[in-house]
Design a binder for this molecule. Structure first.
Ligand code: GRG
Length: 344
């Protein structure tokens, strides 16, 4: 079985020790401010629910993106740190709501907020986190508020489009791409945009970093969708096959349906409706893992990483640019193992 240990996003800081020390120091400040943002000394119950996933961990890729984008201006400006806090809080809010919709039992390797305290608390704690992001962006600038509102609106639209599914006769690949651009690309590009804006970077740099974040976000989501099929249960802090459980046509599934060897059986299994029993889910996962759907999906990860690298190439060479380029490799490596070693 291929190895499932992945490099963490923060490992890219190893490209330059001086950058690494600086960004890690700023990251601990971000952590302090994240916890301060959810602190409610007057009523610890809300704090406990809102801080549950924050404390559980997570890769912190969005704050890392904001801090690295900040390196293209005054990276030490407090606004860069605020940008990093905003994007992680918005991400957390979206995870709260996502887990309610998916009826998820675990997240970040711990029991989900909805499973622990119920749907109402999970939704409201998510709303509280979202409200905090508005409070923080209002401290920055009208441009930041505009960028944040636009990104959050895309996030919700992406999730909505995924939920309602494609229109009859629509191009399924185009629908999938639209969904993931909005539900994931929008927040990663907000991270780089706000980090760069907070640092006072030149507008052309902000645009390049925004384009990089969006393309990286698309690659990141496809890799996530591949891992949903390939990762043994528990490795990602979620259960395996969650998307299939909910009948979602992610890229590996779309390619699986196009594969002559498994397409017919996969279509039949899927047409039995969502929430399959354990045997049906196991059979669908085995079919996809043994087909070329994983390698074809991984090729798409690499294509979007190449777009992200092309966006970076207009920026001046620097340790931060090298770290952002390395992040493309980290994202691509996440889904590479099974693509290189198909299993029967
Ligand atoms: C309330 C802002 C808000 C949105 C509501 C629910 C929803 C609309 C959007 C959900 C979007 C969503 C969950 C997209 C998936 C993004 C994704 C790849 C999540 C996993 O991110 P990682 O791997 O997770 O960075 P960690 O735990 O490491 O932070």
């Amino acid at each position: 079985m291929p190895s499932t240990s992945h490099r963490a996003p923060h490992d890219v800081l190893q490209v330059d020790p001086v950058l690494g020390r600086r960004v890690r120091r700023r990251m601990s400040e971000v952590e302090r401010h994240l916890h301060a943002a959810v602190a409610r000394p007057d009523d610890p119950r809300l704090e406990i629910a809102a801080a549950h996933l924050l404390t559980a961990g997570g890769k912190r890729i969005r704050p890392l993106l904001a801090l690295l984008a900040g390196e293209f201006g005054d990276g030490g400006a407090p606004e860069v740190r605020t940008a990093a806090v905003i994007v992680e809080l918005a991400h957390l809010a979206s995870l709260h709501h996502d887990d309610v919709m998916d009826e998820a039992l675990t997240r970040r390797g711990v029991v989900s907020v909805n499973a622990r305290w119920g749907n109402s608390v999970a939704v409201l704690a998510g709303d509280f986190l979202l409200a905090k992001t508005a409070e923080l962006s209002a401290q920055m600038s009208p441009e930041v508020v505009r960028a944040q509102s636009a990104a959050l609106s895309r996030l919700v639209q992406g999730q909505l489009l995924e939920t309602v599914g494609p229109l009859p006769g629509a191009d399924l690949h185009a629908h999938y791409l639209r969904v993931i651009r909005d539900k994931t690309g929008a927040l990663l590009s907000l991270a780089t945009r706000l980090g760069a804006l907070g640092a006072g970077a030149a507008p052309w740099m902000v645009r390049a970093l925004d384009a990089y974040g969006e393309a990286l976000g698309v690659a990141f989501q496809i890799a996530d969708d591949i891992l949903d099929v390939t990762e043994p249960a528990g490795e990602s802090g979620k259960s395996a096959g969650l998307d299939l459980m909910h009948g979602l046509a992610t890229l590996p599934v779309l390619y699986g349906l196009e594969d002559d060897r498994i397409g017919t059986e996969l279509r039949e299994l899927l047409s039995d409706g969502p929430v399959p029993d354990e045997d049906r889910l196991a059979r669908m996962l085995a079919l996809l893992r043994g087909s070329d759907a994983i390698a074809r999906s991984h090729a798409e990860v690499e294509r979007h990483c190449a777009t992200a690298l092309a966006a970076l190439s207009v920026l001046p060479a620097s340790p931060a640019r090298a770290a952002l380029a390395e992040l493309c490799s980290v994202v691509s490596e996440r889904s590479a193992a099974y693509a290189l070693t198909p299993v029967a």
